[in-house]
Design a protein around this ligand. Structure first.
Ligand code: V47
Ligand code: SF4
Length: 370
């Protein structure tokens, strides 16, 4: 692969060729260089460079997990303009699951060989602090084998606010209840300018990052996302990635970076869908730029299956999981399935020319399908 990249670099324009040489030598690229890659029309070269970086880290492995997403409620006091999932309590679409309903879903997942539940929802003003803790505690009490990846930094910030506790106190209580990991939702774009437009009320970038920093200090692994394709500039995307890279240098606690393509249907923000060129470039640039990350996730729900498969050859090494019933991005019009059986993910990965590896929440190998 290296010789193919070297050959193509000979025909690339000088600026890109210099960045390419840096990548081949394993040196870190700057924000300015990441922007040049983003703006380059040499998509295949950027993809090849990203795939070169990925193969050094993950070989031909592409990861998936047997999991389930549970969104306990869609009632949300924040009403971010890019989100079609969160509704007010009086909306006819509003729902709230009881603890028993949540436990029943976890039971189904465990019976089907699931290893993880990913729990994230809206932020209802009438929920008390104890409810968030109880959900984790009860799941873990009844199903100790399942990993609980629960509550975004936005929810944890809210829990601290309503309880008067510090992030550290809240996270310690969640740990004690059995929390295993924190998902990456809520990051959106860290730029103040963008947040004021798309999500003015929820946790700020600093608060999001402080929750993750505190989690890492306590040994809780976390994921981090970037919602792109709405009102942000390319500079703001790269700054977002740079902020993520800085925190990873400091703590090493992030497991995976997940670019989330924006879906506009039914949102107040509106706009249009991202192009597959933009999706693939975003995966590739993040793979090259985030040299301190082991994993880049091509989330099949937002990318669609086809682009997710191609993304596995543009630097991504993970496609998330079976999910069962995704609601957040489906509220905004994605045409992907709500969930996929494991066999389908295995076949998707094989057709992309990679080796499917079933993993757990912490990227430990469960089964290799070679
Ligand atoms: O934070 C909301 C995004 C996120 C839209 O950590 C939208 O492993 C697209 O973070 N178009 C929640 N995206 C989902 C999430 C996630 C998903 C899979 C795996 C992991 C992980 C995390 O969904 C929200 C927001 O950024 N979202 N509305 C929309 N219209
Ligand atoms: Fe609520 Fe999250 Fe949707 Fe914002 S993105 S409205 S916080 S559910």
């Amino acid at each position: 692969m290296e010789s193919l990249v070297e050959e193509i670099l000979k025909t690339a324009d000088r600026e890109i060729a210099l960045i390419g040489e840096k990548v081949l030598e394993g040196r870190r690229i700057s924000e300015e260089e990441a922007l040049k890659l983003y703006r380059s029309n040499q998509l295949t070269l950027v993809g090849l460079l990203a795939e070169f970086v990925n193969r050094k880290k993950n070989g031909m492995n592409a990861y998936f997990i047997i999991n389930r997403q549970i969104n306990p409620t869609n009632i949300c006091m924040y009403q971010c303009d890019f989100c079609a999932f969160g509704v007010t309590r009086s909306d006819p679409k509003a729902y709230e699951m009881t603890l028993e309903e949540i436990l029943k879903k976890v039971e189904e997942t465990v019976r089907a060989g699931g290893r993880e539940v990913h729990i994230v929802g809206g932020i209802p003003s009438h929920w008390d602090y104890g409810r968030y803790i109880d959900i984790v505690r009860e799941i873990k009490k009844r199903f100790p084998s399942v990993a609980v990846k629960a509550w975004t930094a936005v929810e944890i910030h809210h829990m601290a606010k309503i309880s008067g506790k510090s992030y550290e106190e809240v996270l310690k209580e969640l740990l004690d209840a059995g929390l295993d990991a924190i998902p990456g939702g809520g990051a959106e774009i860290f730029s103040e300018r963008v947040r004021r437009i798309i999500a003015p009320y929820k946790a700020s970038a600093e608060e999001y990052l402080e929750v993750h920093r505190t989690a890492h200090k306590l040994g809780i692994p976390t994921n981090v996302t970037m919602l792109y394709g709405h009102v942000e500039t390319l500079e703001e995307r790269v700054r977002h990635m740079a902020t993520v890279r800085e925190l990873q240098d400091e703590t090493g606690g992030f497991q995976v970076f997940i670019p989330l393509a924006y879906w506009p249907e039914g949102t107040r923000l509106g706009g249009s869908r991202t192009s597959s060129v933009d999706d693939l470039k975003t995966i590739a640039v993040s793979r090259i730029f985030l040299d301190n990350f082991d994993h880049i996730k091509a989330y099949w729900v937002t990318l669609g299956e086809r682009v997710a498969q191609i993304a596995l050859n543009f630097g991504a090494d993970d496609i998330d999981g079976t999910i069962e019933e995704e609601r957040i991005v489906h509220s905004a019009g994605t045409d992907s399935a709500r969930g996929h059986p494991a066999e389908r993910l295995v076949s998707m990965i094989k057709k992309a020319g990679k080796v499917p590896v079933e993993r757990d929440t912490f990227y430990r190998t469960i089964k290799v399908y070679d």
